[in-house]
Design a protein around this ligand. Structure first.
Ligand code: AMP
Ligand code: ZN
Length: 115
């Protein structure tokens, strides 16, 4: 979609540190990491928020979790554990209106999911 920053990353119009890519999904390093490991896993289909996920996206959402599983094993942080976060809308502070899954790890994360 026109001015979507993640669509631009998908289309290679702006650079990113890609850690995984296939025909359905791209994963790249967050430019402003919250932890030593901070990867964004993003479907190539432009879906604005979780509220826009429809029945036809059922396989895609499952595929994203399978991809996270694969990346965690490949990048060797699966065993230590990690956290997956998807922000949705205003109160979450969602900045980029193209759904994405933050995969965060590489250190002992806080006990509280929110502060
Ligand atoms: P959210 O607040 O859930 O929408 O998260 C958006 C995330 O995208 C933030 O953690 C940003 O640091 C990250 N981000 C924004 N622009 C880029 C970019 N060009 N490359 C990589 N990560 C980005
Ligand atoms: Zn997009």
């Amino acid at each position: 979609m026109g001015d979507c920053i993640f669509c631009k990353i998908i289309n290679k119009e702006i650079p990113s540190e890609i850690v995984y890519e296939d025909e359905k999904v791209i994963a790249f390093k967050d430019v402003n990491p919250a932890a030593p490991i901070h990867i964004l896993v993003v479907p190539k289909k432009h879906i604005e928020t979780l509220l826009d996920v429809s029945k036809e996206d059922k396989d895609l959402i499952s595929y994203i979790y399978q991809t996270i599983n694969k990346i965690a094993k490949e990048q060797k942080f699966a065993q230590n554990g990690f956290r997956v976060i998807a922000n949705c809308g205003k109160d979450s502070g969602q900045e980029v209106m193209h759904i994405h899954f933050h995969v965060i790890g590489g250190k002992k994360l806080g006990d509280k999911i929110v502060d």
